[in-house]
Structure formats: structure tokens, C-alpha cells
Write a protein that binds this ligand. Structure first.
Ligand code: ADP
Ligand code: MG
Length: 629
């Protein structure tokens, strides 16, 4: 193309990330290319929502009465496709900052994943909104003409061929909004087809609130799905709508659609996605709730409509009672929003209650994904604490595998008559908990113990304190009030009172202030020793977390409990009685202590354990040899 460079044309370089994004998009394969249209139409729709709201709040708006719509036209011969909206448009500054840099966090994540996975960007392109730049999957060249809603705004033309640069030139455009003209690549001519365009719009953009017209014919549904009555909406429409708002091909795990009239009117269509990323669960980002007032979008990512622990919920809330001119700041402080929030929260929790009773399988899937967030709720939502506690699911000593399906209600129903507390033990996994010596007594007695394996659990339990009037009791902490069953009891010790206090004193003298105390155990059956946290002390799980945050964090001192009936302890006692200075004694105490640390995952340096262990094997092998020779 021969072109005279106009004097006012400015040439801009793309931000570095943008160049990377363009490279990936331009070289990507062809199956997902159609999503470029989804992205452009969604931008047009966003621009229309913005100007709709602006019109309600600003006095002077260009083309105030223009119809809010998206018009798509094409020219088969010229391989040209045009998408035009009467939205908010852009000023020159907005053009540079919006289309020259990556503002969208979804786009950045796409880039990072595409680079780290290094395989096909294909699936990712469909999953993430890659935004405006996806147009370069199909475009040889793009001309975007735009004029901002401000009355005396100047129109601008932005052009690029997707290389390292774009150009900005003053333009003539007599109306408010944006027109994107795409000159299609030779191999992308297929998009110049009415049928093709319509089917893509139906697939991705069917539920946009503004008409999308192809050659002057409206293609999409336009009518808001959430204001319709439940019986008028098909299951598939709900699923399609979810795909549209979530920009995924995922089906939702569950959805709820309802409306409320008092104390405040609102419609809600809420989805629980099948899964959400770590950024939602751990980094406390929220899924989007779009807030509409009288069917006008006033906020697309509202985070005040549900408490933070329900941040996986995505959907739409629309209220006839909210004023249209609420600004972002005033939405936060609005009393009506507060009312909607507590009503929505209750609805969601009741729905979960219903699922947990009527659809155990679905609730199981839900729990696996979002259980950790409900646990967070226990510590933050005092009002709904009891409801949340009933929604908790645990693994326990009565579970056959590591499924989490024991509720506190189940536990209490199974409690023994004389049992007053709910027993639990915490650890990194079921596997490691199964090796916890403190569990031995409870297993022998057949007493159910809840297994707490999430990091947040210790904090949650502290905030729960009790359930149904029963205290939650950590079996590795403080004294346990044994619930004795006359048939089963802790092994009897053959050691006399003096012998027992001698061996305990020897342990104590050897370990000094590495432990808070050494005492006779009531909870051990098969193991010689275990570490127990003092009653109000920091649990092992909490200590590990503190150490992760602060390498120099000093751990809690724990009590070493010794099983007086254990053969090792009885033998050690005998050696002690015969030869107080026997070197085997010291080594054994050290080894037993470090074994206990090892089991708790608290042993920082295992080298001593290993060398001592080899020493023991040396004498054991000599002994075995002697026996057979
Ligand atoms: P996102 O839409 O996620 O912000 P995009 O890459 O799709 O990311 O678009 C970048 C920005 O460009 C948008 O946020 C918007 O400010 C601006 N923009 C894009 N298309 C339009 C349009 N048709 N009208 C007005 N602004 C637009
Ligand atoms: Mg976009």
C-alpha cells in the first residue's frame, strides 16, 4: 500500500509485553481465532454500558439520544469487517493507555501461562479474554476510529498492522463511539459471512444487554435473562450465560436464580464455578458480580455484595430500588447494598445447606473446591457462624479413605455417652496424622477423632471453640481426660514408682530446656514417646506456619510424654538401674526425642538421627550374629 504520511500522524511503540502477546497471537493456530469477535463485541458492550451510566450522571453528553447498539457489517470483496458501537469512545490519551499497554490482568495471566506452559496457547486463548489484540489473529491491518462522549471531543484514528508499532492520527468521525475496521488476512476470509458471524455471536455474545446487529438484523437475545421468570429460562440458557460471563467453556457446578421483593427488591443470578484459580482462593481476588440498577450496569466487578469468603461466586445482581446515580464510592457505603448483601449471603448459605442434604455428591465437589473458604467464613462472619459450622466436612478416624464427608452433626450423633468433647488432631495430611502416636489411645478406644489437614484449620478451631455445647479438643495438646473403657487400657508398666521417676529424671536431665517437661503418658499405646503441646501453647501446625513466615521464629517448648509400659523404656530403665553412665542411655534418649520431632515434622536437621541410627544397627547386627553363631 502506498501511503502519504500525514503531518499529524504520531508513531508509537508498543509496550514490551504487548509485543510478546502479539507474537503469540499472530503465530497461534487457527481453531480459536473466532474469539476475536467475542472480544471486540464485549469491548463495544462495555463501552455502551459506560456511556449509558454516564448519560444518567453527566449533564452534557455527545449524541445523548443515540441508540445504544453494536453494528457489524462486512464487505466480501474487500475482505473487510466493521464493528461499530455508539459507546463512550476514547480520547487520545485513553487510546494510548488502553490500546498501547496491557491493562487487563486476565491478559497478563494469559501471557504468563502461555510462556510457562510453552505448549499451545490455543486453549488459553479461548479461556482468557486476550482482549482487543486477539484481532491480530485474523487482521492484516486494523483501523480504529473513535470519538469520546465529551461534547467537544476530537475524533482519532488508530491504526496498526500488529508489528511493533501503531499510529495515531486526528480523524473525522461525526458520532460518538468507536468503529473498528478489520482488513482480514487472506486465510481469514471466512469471517466475511453472515452465517458465520451470526453463529459466533450466538455462541459467545447471545446475552449481551445491547442489540448486536449483523447487516441491520439483531442477532442476540438482548432481554436480560435474570429478570425473566425461572420457568421461562432453559437450563442450557443458564449454562450459556455462565460461559459468557466467565469467558470459559466450563459449565457451572451450580447456579441459583431468584428474586426478592422485600425489604428491598432485587433479582439475582448466581453461579458457583466448578473451580476457580488460586488467585481467588489464596490471593483473595474476587470473581465478578455485576451490579445493575434498573437494568443499567453500574459496576462490573462488585465485591461488596457478598462477604469475602464467598468470593468464588459469580453472577449478576439487579435492583430496581438502587438509585442510578450511585458512584463507585457511594455503592460501598450504600445501606441498600448492605441489605442486599446480608440477604444474598443468607440465600447462598441456605442453598449450600440444601445441597449438602439433597445432593451430597455435588456438595462433595463443592467442598473440595471451596471448603477452605467456608472455614475462613467461620472466623469472619460471626452472624452466620452456626450455619457455617454445619456446612463443614471433615475426614476422621472413622473414615475409610481420605474423603471429607463427616459433619460435626454426624460426629456428635456418634459420640459416646460419657464423651464430653469433640476430639481432633491436626497435621499436614491424613497420611502423616495416621502416624501420630497421640492418636493411639483414641484408636484403641474406638473414639472418633476429626483429622484437620488444612493450614487454616487451627485458626478456625480457635474461633469455633465449641459446637453444640461441646468443646473442640486437640488430642496433641494439654492433658486428656481419658474416656476409659474397662476392656482396653494403656499398657501396664512393670516399673516401680522409683524406677519410673528415675528414668523420667534421666530424660529430663538429658533434654534440659529443649522440652517443657517429661512425664508419664496416658495417651500412648504402641509408641515409646510423643510430644504434646501445653494447654494454651501454639500447636505444631501454627508453629510451622510462623516458621514459614519468619525463619528465626523460636518454636514452642513441648512436653515429652513417655510410655512407661513400652519395652524400650522398660529396658532403658533396667540399664539405668545397673549403670547410670552407660552411653547407650544418652544416645537412646536423644534418638527417642528426635524421632518424636521427626514425626511432627519439626526436625530441622536429621543428620544426628541417621548417624545414631547406624550406631544402633551396628550393635544390633553384632547381637544378631552372636545369636546364630
Ligand atoms: P479489557 O476489555 O479487558 O479492558 P481489551 O484489550 O479488550 O481489555 O481493551 C482494552 C481497553 O481498550 C478497554 O478497557 C477499553 O478501555 C478500551 N476499548 C477497547 N475497545 C473499546 C471500544 N469499542 N470503545 C471504548 N473503549 C474501548
Ligand atoms: Mg475487552
Amino acid at each position: 500500500m502506498s501511503k502519504k504520511t500525514k503531518p499529524k500522524t504520531e508513531v508509537h511503540e508498543y509496550q514490551a509485553e504487548m509485543q510478546k502477546l502479539l507474537e503469540i497471537l499472530v503465530h497461534s493456530l487457527y481453531t480459536e481465532r473466532e474469539i476475536f469477535l467475542r472480544e471486540l463485541v464485549s469491548n463495544a458492550s462495555d463501552a455502551l454500558s459506560k456511556v449509558q451510566l454516564t448519560t444518567l450522571t453527566e449533564e452534557k453528553v455527545l449524541d445523548k439520544d443515540a441508540e445504544l447498539q453494536i453494528k457489524i457489517t462486512f464487505d466480501e470483496n474487500k475482505h473487510k469487517l466493521e464493528i461499530e458501537d455508539s459507546g463512550c469512545g476514547m480520547t487520545k490519551e485513553e487510546l494510548v493507555s488502553n490500546l498501547g499497554t496491557i491493562a487487563n490482568s486476565g491478559t497478563l495471566k494469559f501471557l504468563q501461562q502461555a510462556q510457562s506452559e510453552n505448549k499451545s496457547a490455543e486453549n488459553l486463548i479461548g479461556q482468557f479474554g486476550v482482549g482487543f489484540y486477539s484481532v491480530f489473529m485474523v487482521a492484516e491491518r486494523v483501523e480504529l476510529t473513535t470519538r469520546s462522549w465529551q461534547v467537544d471531543s476530537q475524533a482519532w484514528e488508530w491504526t496498526s498492522s500488529g508489528g511493533g508499532q501503531y499510529e495515531i492520527t486526528p480523524a473525522k468521525y461525526n458520532q460518538r463511539g468507536t468503529r473498528v475496521t478489520i482488513f482480514l488476512k487472506e486465510d481469514a476470509k471466512e469471517f466475511c459471512s453472515k452465517w458465520k458471524l451470526e453463529s459466533i455471536i450466538k455462541k459467545y455474545s447471545n446475552y449481551l444487554p445491547f442489540p448486536v446487529k449483523v447487516n441491520d438484523q439483531t442477532v442476540n437475545q438482548v432481554k436480560a435473562i435474570w429478570t425473566q421468570s425461572k420457568s421461562d429460562v432453559e437450563e442450557d440458557q443458564y449454562k450459556e450465560f455462565f460461559k459468557q460471563i466467565s469467558h470459559t467453556t466450563q459449565e457451572p457446578l451450580h447456579y441459583m436464580h431468584f428474586s426478592i421483593d422485600a425489604p428491598i427488591q432485587y433479582y439475582a443470578l448466581l453461579y458457583f464455578p466448578e473451580s476457580v484459580g488460586n488467585e481467588i482462593v489464596y490471593a483473595r481476588e474476587s470473581k465478578d458480580i455485576a451490579l445493575y440498577a434498573q437494568k443499567v450496569l453500574i459496576q462490573s466487578g462488585n465485591t461488596d455484595l457478598l462477604p469475602s469468603y464467598l468470593r468464588f461466586v459469580q453472577g449478576v445482581v439487579d435492583s430496581e430500588d438502587l438509585p442510578l446515580n450511585v458512584s463507585r464510592e457511594s455503592v460501598q457505603k450504600n445501606v441498600l447494598i448492605e441489605k442486599i448483601k446480608s440477604s444474598l449471603t443468607l440465600r447462598v448459605l441456605k442453598e449450600l445447606e440444601f445441597l449438602s442434604e439433597q445432593n451430597v455428591e455435588k456438595y462433595g465437589k463443592f467442598w473440595q473446591q471451596y471448603g477452605i473458604l467456608l472455614k475462613e467464613g467461620i472466623s469472619s462472619d460471626f452472624k452466620n457462624k452456626n450455619r457455617l459450622m454445619d456446612l463443614l466436612r471433615f475426614n476422621s478416624s472413622l473414615s475409610e479413605d481420605d474423603s471429607h464427608d463427616v459433619s460435626l452433626k454426624n460426629y456428635v450423633e456418634r459420640m459416646r455417652e460419657e464423651q464430653k468433647e469433640i476430639f481432633y488432631v491436626s497435621g499436614g495430611s491424613r497420611e502423616s496424622i495416621l502416624h501420630n502416636p497421640n492418636l493411639e489411645y483414641f484408636k484403641k478406644q474406638g473414639l472418633e477423632v476429626l483429622y484437620l489437614t488444612d493450614q487454616i484449620d487451627d485458626f478456625m478451631v480457635t474461633d469455633m471453640r465449641e459446637y453444640d455445647g461441646k468443646t473442640l479438643k486437640n488430642i496433641s495438646q494439654g492433658d486428656i481426660e481419658g474416656i476409659s473403657d474397662s476392656d482396653i487400657s494403656v499398657p501396664e508398666s512393670s516399673l516401680s514408682k522409683e524406677e519410673q521417676s528415675d528414668i523420667l529424671a534421666f530424660f529430663k536431665n538429658q533434654l534440659k530446656d529443649r522440652v517443657s517437661d517429661v512425664s508419664d503418658s496416658k495417651r500412648l499405646v504402641d509408641s515409646p514417646c510423643s510430644l504434646v503441646t501445653p494447654k494454651d501453647g501454639m500447636t505444631v501446625q501454627m508453629e510451622k506456619m510462623m516458621k514459614m513466615m519468619d525463619r528465626k521464629f523460636e518454636g514452642e517448648k513441648r512436653n515429652l510424654e513417655v510410655n512407661m509400659g513400652h519395652p524400650i523404656i522398660q529396658n532403658l530403665s533396667e540399664i539405668l538401674q545397673k549403670d547410670k553412665k552407660h552411653p547407650f542411655l544418652k544416645d537412646s534418649v536423644e534418638q527417642l526425642y528426635e524421632n518424636s520431632l521427626l514425626i511432627e515434622g519439626l526436625l530441622d536437621n536429621p543428620s544426628q538421627v541417621l548417624s545414631r541410627f547406624q550406631k544402633f544397627m551396628e550393635s544390633a547386627s553384632a547381637y544378631e550374629l552372636e545369636k546364630i553363631s
